[in-house]
Design a protein around this ligand. Structure first.
Ligand code: GLC
Length: 500
């Protein structure tokens, strides 16, 4: 099977969120199963080039038709830990990818529509015939209509899959943007095609991906259902419901090589291989003491609650703050490791950081710090994730692997992975955390209270939660099988045999 991912992120080279982890995790798992996987990405200035092996020019002069011109572009190839990727490097005056970060510019739709067109031009010119073109979110969704309109007659692709990692970003833009890439607005800027359902004068790139892909995959089964409802559908619910036959939900995995408490080089004390409660408690205690000393915290007899999150509206920043204040009121410690994404929250969280600067019970670290995240997972007793919606969520899985009990809103992938302590155990459903139905203060407060009470008063049940979280498997093995089955099924339903 020959799979080509066309995507805007890959971990750890170019990462803004969880999508990057999915690209590297899924690709590595498929390669292990003998698939041939290529990854096409923009050549951002912000990539950490020291990590790339064998970076060389693959095509010096590729000319990408865009906006009536042929944009001179170089394609590079390189490797990272067995992953093969191609980087698209346009030499245009717009400097699409020579910028400080990945997203957040007014011309984002144009940048990524260009990238989508360039990726297809590259595949065509280099004589590739992927069995599967795998697209991710709005940034590369436009590959699907572009292939359909401009390339189908020129080169064969088995099938196109679009992953939805987050429906709230859709790539709304002026119709001129798709015209630059060669899609005629009079054909594509119509309600049945790419017109945005809310702002009909605009184009919606993600909608284009949904309409023209053979399969659409949401990153958890619950999210696949939720996005067909008004509440979670961000105005694309009726289109998704109409195409529900091609919609599936596959839960993401986490990279077990990266997240292994028994081998984790970032930890002060590695975890034992056994899941004996007393040994895990001992390892956690050692990691906690070390981390507390470094962060200037003093232990209490309450739990250490953590939040490791981007601070954006999806993650309910006000509830993260509320969880912090409530934990303190209940006599625990709180550690927040967060990156402030929305400008709106920057001020609030920086002033919160100032308020608690001298506190011996709270540490607020407003940075993306991979190493520290590992150490916090190992040291904390609980991880709170009060998201408004959560397509999959990866931190609850990392937390469980490190014996940290998740407290989460029952939504999306959080609902699919965290089983509340009050649920009667069944073979596939052993409780491993706490869920609350709504992202509200009352609802979160009840879950926090229940968990802190159990932590303090019922060590045996607490140990059972930890053990059940640690023994559930969240690696990429099963999700990658599900993707491979889906690849095969989709090709077969189109009467195509896979070539490689
Ligand atoms: C997005 C979602 C997150 C998901 C990740 C990877 O960041 O918000 O829930 O885990 O994509 O699919």
């Amino acid at each position: 099977m020959y799979v080509v991912h066309i995507c805007s992120e890959i971990s750890p080279l170019a990462q803004a969120g969880g999508l990057a982890d999915v690209i590297s995790g899924l690709s590595s798992a498929c390669i292990k199963k003998k698939d041939h996987v290529d990854i096409i990405l923009p050549k951002y200035d912000s990539i950490n080039y020291s990590l790339i092996e064998n970076l060389t020019v693959y095509i010096q002069d590729l000319y990408v038709p865009f906006g009536g011109e042929h944009v001179h572009t170089t394609v590079w190839e390189g490797n990272y830990r067995g992953l093969k990727f191609f980087l698209i490097d346009p030499h245009s005056s717009q400097h699409y990818f020579n910028r400080s970060h990945i997203y957040g510019f007014d011309d984002d739709p144009e940048r990524f529509v260009f990238f989508s067109k360039a990726a297809l031009t590259f595949l065509h010119e280099s004589g590739r015939h992927p069995d599967i073109l795998h697209l991710h979110d709005w940034a590369t969704a436009c590959v699907a209509p572009l292939y359909h309109e401009l390339y189908k007659s020129q080169f064969d692709v088995g099938a196109i899959l679009l992953n939805i990692h987050n429906l709230s970003h859709q790539g709304r833009c002026h119709p001129d943007v798709i015209e630059l890439a060669g899609l005629k607005p009079h054909l594509y800027h119509t309600p049945n095609q790419l017109s945005d359902p809310v702002h009909p004068s605009q184009i919606n790139l993600l909608k284009g991906g949904i309409l023209f892909s053979d399969k659409v995959v949401a990153v958890s089964p619950t999210y696949a259902k939720e996005i067909q409802t008004r509440e979670y559908g961000f105005h694309l619910d009726s289109i998704l419901a109409k195409h529900s036959k091609k919609l599936e939900g596959i839960l993401n995995g986490i990279d077990y090589a990266d997240w292994d408490p028994a081998e984790d080089a970032y930890l002060y004390k590695k975890f034992p291989k056994t899941q004996r409660a007393s040994s895990i408690r001992k390892a956690k205690r050692a990691n906690k003491e070390n981390l507390f000393e470094r962060l200037g915290l003093e232990p209490t007899d309450g739990p250490t609650v953590a939040a490791i999150s981007r601070i954006v509206s999806q993650k309910s920043p006000y509830l993260i703050r509320y969880a912090m204040e409530t934990t303190l009121a209940y006599g625990g410690n709180f550690i927040l490791v967060g990156t402030v994404g929305d400008r709106h929250y920057t001020e609030e969280f920086h002033s919160l950081q100032n308020i608690y600067r001298q506190s011996k019970n709270v540490a607020i670290l407003l940075e993306f710090n991979h190493e520290l995240s590992h150490q916090v997972f190992a040291a904390a007793d609980m991880l709170v994730i009060p998201s408004r919606f959560e397509p999959c969520g990866l931190t609850q899985m990392c937390a469980m692997r490190y014996g940290t009990v998740p407290i989460v809103t029952a939504t999306g992938g959080l609902k699919d992975t965290v089983i509340d302590a009050n649920t009667p155990p069944s073979p596939n459903h052993t409780p491993n955390g706490f869920t609350f139905p709504e992202p509200t203060e009352t609802s979160l407060d009840q879950a926090l209270k229940r968990s802190i009470t159990m932590f303090k008063e019922d060590k045996k049940s607490w140990d059972n939660l930890i053990r059940s979280g640690m023994s559930r498997t969240f690696c990429w093995d099963s999700p990658s099988n599900q993707y491979r089955i889906l690849y095969h099924k989709t090709l077969t339903s189109k009467g195509k045999k896979h070539i490689y």
